[in-house]
Unconditional design. Structure first.
Length: 371
């Protein structure tokens, strides 16, 4: 290239650069960038879009959760009361029996014969006494003789009653209505007093015992409702009422033992089952409720972001009763507050916010399951 041509090219480049520097504010690329920088430096970052929810007021049933063990309404181990050989077994394992049903009979032939002998002696003593009493009216017998015969009759009656009691020990009956367990004896077996024969449980009603903190005692009363579930029976909920409250608080655990009665007509609950129980201890009127997704847990405390006049304020709250999708706020909020339910990870105390853009048309607007 000729020298004069090179000079002309360099001159054009220099002139273009100078013009660009002078008129940089009017150029599209440089002007918009500088304007944007100026805008951000003047107003800060743009408001964060968030969704909010108004505080709800509603009546909430206060509940306390505990764990307990199911017990039969009545339970006993049927045992022998006397020595004897098992002569008859009148029940089947798992059978439902009524009170007074004869379950087992022991050999009692000797006792039966003894009863017949004592009955005859009693009848003879009574006959002698009756004759002496008639003769006393005509003074044909002394009063002392009549008294002696009366005492003999009473003694004979007592011996007969004692033998009948011993005979009744050979017949083992159900003390109450219920369901029998496994049989522990066989025909011809020798049993002694205290030997187990079977078990009997009345499970028409289940007694559920559990411990609750002493702090809820003011709301605890006979008749409070309970709802219990068992891991062995998924999908089933059993309801009952409080029937007994222990008169003492355990000084070690600071808890009180409570017993509830739960109907068990289908015999689904078995004694010994582990159950989780929810106890109602009163109703909170006009409780302040917020969606659970509005809560932020940090360091053992709970926080929410209160949205007011386009600004987010981080507020510490005390959480009480929880419901599906909702949480009761005991302190920290006012009834007319609104709280943020989205964007909580990006929110900071004092940050400016704006309502989130509603879903575009054609996209389903799925409501939140707040209740």
């Amino acid at each position: 290239m000729k020298p004069w041509s090179q000079v002309i090219v360099v001159g054009v480049i220099v002139a273009t650069a100078a013009a660009a520097f002078v008129f940089r504010d009017s150029l599209p690329f440089f002007g918009s960038r500088q304007a944007g920088v100026a805008t951000q430096s003047a107003g800060g970052p743009p408001p964060l879009p968030v969704e909010t929810a108004a505080v709800r007021r509603m009546d909430v049933v206060r509940t306390v959760d505990a764990v307990g063990t199911a017990q039969a309404n009545e339970a006993v181990t049927i045992t022998a009361k006397a020595n004897g050989i098992v002569e008859k077994i009148n029940f089947h394992e798992g059978q439902h029996v009524r009170a007074g049903t004869v379950l087992v009979e022991l050999e009692a032939g000797e006792s039966s014969a003894r009863i017949n002998e004592l009955r005859a002696a009693r009848d003879a003593a009574k006959l002698a006494y009756d004759r002496a009493a008639q003769l006393l009216e005509t003074r044909s017998v002394a009063r002392a003789r009549v008294d002696e015969l009366a005492k003999a009759y009473e003694a004979a009656e007592a011996r007969l009653s004692a033998e009948r009691a011993r005979f009744s020990d050979s017949v083992i009956r159900a003390p109450f209505s219920g369901k029998l367990g496994l049989r522990r004896v066989s025909l011809g077996a020798l049993v002694r007093p205290g030997d187990p024969i079977t078990t009997l449980d009345d499970t028409s009603t289940i007694k559920l015992e559990f411990d609750i903190p002493e702090t809820v005692l003011p709301g605890l009363a006979i008749g409070n409702t309970v709802a219990a579930v068992a891991g062995a029976l998924p999908g089933r909920k059993f309801e009952g009422v409080v029937t007994t409250i222990d008169s003492r608080v355990d000084p070690t655990t600071r808890s009180v033992r409570v017993r509830a009665a739960i109907p068990n007509p289908d015999d689904l609950i078995k004694p010994g089952m582990f159950m989780v129980v929810s106890l109602s201890v009163g109703t909170v009127r006009d409780a302040i409720m917020v969606p659970e997704e509005a809560l932020i847990a940090q360091g053992g405390e709970q926080f929410v972001f209160v949205i007011s006049e386009g600004k987010a304020t981080r507020t510490r709250v005390t959480v009480g009763q929880r419901l599906p999708g909702l949480a009761q706020i005991v302190s920290g909020l006012r009834p007319d507050d609104r709280v943020a339910v989205t964007g909580l990870q990006q929110l900071r105390d004092g940050m400016r916010v704006r309502p989130a853009t509603p879903p575009m048309s054609g996209q389903p607007n799925v409501p939140k399951s707040a209740s």
